[in-house]
Every structure is written in C-alpha cells, then in structure tokens.
Design a protein around this ligand. Sequence first.
Ligand SMILES: NC(=O)c1ccc[n+]([C@@H]2O[C@H](COP(=O)([O-])OP(=O)(O)OC[C@H]3O[C@@H](n4cnc5c(N)ncnc54)[C@H](O)[C@@H]3O)[C@@H](O)[C@H]2O)c1
Length: 284
Amino acid sequence: MEVRKVGVVGLGTMGAGIAQVCVQANVETIGREVTEELAERARGRVAHYLGRGVESGRLTADERDAALARLTTTTELADLADCDLVIEAVVEELGAKRELFRELEDVVAPDAVLATNTSALSVTDIASATERSERVVGMHFFNPAPVLPLVEVVRTEAASDDAVEAAYAFAERIGKRPIRCGDTPGFVVNRILIPLLNDCVRVLDEAGVTPEDLDTAMTAGLNWPIGPCALIDLIGIDVHVHASEALHSALGEARMEPPSRLVGMRDAGHLGRKSGRGFFVYDE
Ligand SMILES: NC(=O)c1ccc[n+]([C@@H]2O[C@H](COP(=O)([O-])OP(=O)(O)OC[C@H]3O[C@@H](n4cnc5c(N)ncnc54)[C@H](O)[C@@H]3O)[C@@H](O)[C@H]2O)c1
C-alpha cells in the first residue's frame, strides 16, 4: 500500500516535527490542530526550522519553499479524508486518543492506516475504540523528530501485516530507521531507559554525588553522548515522571516508580530545559 498523502493530528512538539520530516521527504501532508492559531503557530515553527536548515547549508531556499508548500493545515478532521496514513500526536490521554480514533475511522478510506505516536499508552487500548483495529499501529517517533532517526513501529495482536509493513515502509521512505516491536509497556527504548534514568537519579542521593559529577561519570566513563541529568532535563521532568508512573502501574517494578526527588522537582515547577531550571539552570 502506497502512502500518497499523510495526515498529522496534533501539531505540538511531536506533530510539528513529524509533519516537518514528511514534507522534507516530498510527502504531501495535512496537519490538524484544534484552533487556527495553534495551526499557524505550528506552521511557523516548521518554517523556522526549515529556515535554519537553509542558514546552515543543509537545504536550499527553493527546497525550503517547496517543503513548506507541501504542508497544509486545518481544524476540520474531515479534511483528512484522502489521507492514506494518519499519524496521531495529540495529548497523552487515553480518552482523548480513543475518541479521536473513533472519529477518524469515519473520515478516512477503509484501508487507510491509523498510527499513534503514544509513548506510554497501550496501542491495543487505542485501537479497540475503532471497528478496524487491524489498520491501527503505533509509530513512536523520538524527540526532536527531525533529528532522531528511530521510529518504533508497534504491532498489536489485531494489526494486519499490511498495515504494519505500510507504516514500516513509510518510516523508511521519510528517512527514518524503523524497528518492529510488540505492544508492550514502554515498547523498547522507554522500557529500558526509564528505569535506568530512575536508577541514575537514586544514585545521586545514595552516593552523595552532584548532578555534574554523575553526568561526568556516565559521559567520561561509559561514553554516553549526554549525561542522565542533562537528558532528563531535555525530556522534561513532568514528561519523565508521567512515563515512569505509567510504566510502574503497568509492570509494577520498583525501579520504575518515579524517585521522590523527581516528583519534588516536578511539583516545584522545575521541569528542566523548558522551564529554565531542572538539574541545571538554563539561560534561554
Ligand atoms: N514530547 C516528547 O518527547 C514525546 C516523544 C515521543 C512521543 N510523544 C507522544 O506524542 C504525543 C504528543 O506529545 P507532544 O509532546 O507533541 O504534546 P504537545 O502538548 O506538545 O502537543 C499536543 C498537541 O495536540 C493538540 N491537540 C489536542 N487534541 C487534539 C485534537 N483532537 N485534534 C488535533 N490536535 C489536538 C494540542 O493543541 C497540542 O498542540 C503524546 O502522545 C506523547 O506521549 C512525545
């Protein structure tokens, strides 16, 4: 099944990045937001990042203009009727995603593939809101989507080979490095990363080490490209705590429970880079 047009629902951090990746890969893309203003803001962000690509010589001004011309936005779900693939990137709430998938199946063709970018919810629970769970898969992109190559293509028990392979082939076509995996909590990366980062935070107190020294330990001792404290600041303390809670409630392992230090930082509004303060202080 060939994807001629893609729809992206929710143009926040992830959706705008995914839309950017699609238009840069020559795919006609329509993004749906809840208001015109949010849609315009997302379009502005895509234009900004494409513009940075021109400044750094990664693409020409003509390529930027052509990519931007392939992106349309709407507030009407019905405008996604001719999409062969729709990637959902709305808020991480099961009720909101189930409602959206129910609406989407009435809008798109019967053989369209519906993908969710959920990080921590069960794709099966989202798919079961529809009457065509064989066409529903996970396509889990990583943040920032235009930079990180991985896409976890998540297969539920009900998914058809055709839908999974269409999602996999599409991810390859837009220049990503997809992998196939089952619909288990945290999929692959978060299943490993979340308890690991929680261990790192617990070591801060257990070993009486500073965030700076912990990051040095892991970058200088293990060749990690970024230290764990800097990484949690980048992810966002709130996002990490939320994902830890989801994994802990699904699997019950003690290491998955968010460390109290992180919960305290979240409650104090120290959310990492986006709030200007997390383990470290940021100027911008
Ligand atoms: N931020 C990350 O690092 C990251 C990484 C991988 C996956 N995810 C997942 O991607 C999804 C989106 O996360 P995000 O960080 O981009 O969130 P975000 O809050 O930045 O963006 C969500 C957007 O969806 C819009 N929206 C909400 N309901 C909508 C609807 N019915 N139709 C259209 N738009 C709607 C909101 O207006 C908002 O702009 C979540 O499921 C999250 O778990 C996030």
